[in-house]
Design a protein around this ligand. Structure first.
Ligand code: IPM
Ligand code: MG
Length: 360
């Protein structure tokens, strides 16, 4: 049966890195007869320029009819002056919400070849393997009321609402416990329960769900402490589950532990493992169009797609092994370059992975 993938390259370096991920997928498609078919559509600033909206109806329809979505990145300075409602980021948030992609998995794994690329000492980060499970369709990102209003005294006031229903917490907690079960059986739930009632409820519900997973060791941590622990002793973590905004922030921190944000993939899943797959880095407008961006996060996102949506574990593992071999062969994009390595551009890095795939 054919498997439909909606491809949304987006803005900035998006088209460059997505092209490399498609190169890798196309090779495997032929090599392993995966029966993948691709369809492209616009999102973000590119969609705004063409249609006046960051998430055109035809893009949304394509994503709804696809089995999986591959996304590059959205946004850039060109669109920053636009009103919030049509900013490129709204395209991304719109898909997450319209497709009910409530479970965002962000693995932070340190490749031993890159231990020197991290700004932290190798002994602190070596062997690092954390999975951040971020709630993606609720919390302050979507809560209402929200806006900027003018008070009676003429002063402007900005406001957002951090809100979670019990059921939203429950379903993300189940995802996190199940993932922990397949890993080292340790789950840390991150909240700010000492100040925010909404995360007091978060802590209560996660604790209740935990009773169904007695084999998983559950702990709770305040987000400020979690941020500190992530840079102090990151290997204490196995799986972290947290809210939309805390997950956004902590996953960037975790990314840097691995040397470069250019290495980190992500999966955003609905209740039936349909998913959108994207690198966690952004559109990097400063290097867009130069052919120097690191495509590995996007290539690794495609491996997650094969694993989580299509159950093609062998294909997923082949990609991950090929990325490893490419790193062993000392090819590096600028963000992970160190002395003695061969500096390559985006497309040569994609070629290196495809070449490596022939041997794994
Ligand atoms: C991410 C990004 C997005 C987010 C932006 C681009 C809306 O930072 O995926 O982490 O905040 O979720
Ligand atoms: Mg982010």
């Amino acid at each position: 049966m054919t498997k439909k993938i909606a491809v949304l390259a987006g803005d900035g370096i998006g088209p460059e890195i997505v092209a490399e991920a498609i190169k890798v997928l196309s090779f495997l498609n032929t090599d392993m007869k995966l029966e993948l078919v691709f369809d492209n559509a616009l999102i973000g600033g590119a969609a705004y320029d063409a249609f006046g909206t960051p998430l055109p109806q035809q893009t949304l329809n394509l994503c709804k009819n696809a089995d999986a979505v591959l996304l590059g990145a959205v946004g850039g300075p060109k669109w920053e002056p636009l009103p919030h409602a049509v900013r490129p980021e709204r395209g991304l948030l719109g898909i997450r919400s319209e497709l009910n992609l409530f479970a965002n998995l962000r693995p932070a794994v340190l490749y031993p070849q890159l231990a020197d690329a991290s700004t932290l000492k190798p002994e602190v980060v070596s062997g690092l393997d954390i999975m951040i499970v971020r709630e993606l369709t609720g919390g302050i990102y979507f809560g209402t009321p929200r806006g900027i209003r003018v008070l009676e005294n003429g002063e402007r006031q900005g406001f957002n609402t951090k809100i979670y229903n019990e059921s939203e917490i429950r379903r993300i907690a189940h995802v996190a416990f199940k993932i922990a079960r397949k890993r080292h059986k340790k789950l840390c739930s991150v909240d700010k329960a000492n100040v925010l009632e909404v995360t007091e409820l978060w802590r209560q519900v996660v604790t209740e769900v935990g009773k169904e997973y007695p084999d998983v060791q559950l702990s709770h941590m305040y987000v400020d402490n979690a941020a500190m622990q992530l840079v102090r002793a990151p290997r204490q973590f196995d799986v972290i589950v947290t809210t939309n905004m805390f997950g956004d922030i902590l996953s960037d921190t975790a990314a840097m532990l691995t040397g470069s944000i250019g290495m980190l993939p992500s999966a955003s899943l609905d209740a039936n493992a349909k998913g959108m797959y994207e690198p966690i880095h952004g559109s990097a407008p400063d290097i867009a169009g130069q052919g120097v961006a690191n495509p590995l996060a996007t290539i690794l996102s495609v491996a997650m797609m094969l694993r989580y949506t299509f159950n093609e574990t062998t294909a997923a593992e082949r990609i991950e092994r090929a990325v490893n071999s490419a790193l062993d062969a000392k090819v590096r994009t600028a963000d992970i370059y160190s002395e003695g390595m061969t500096k390559v551009g985006t497309s040569a890095m994609g070629d290196a992975v495809v070449n490596a795939l022939k041997g794994v």
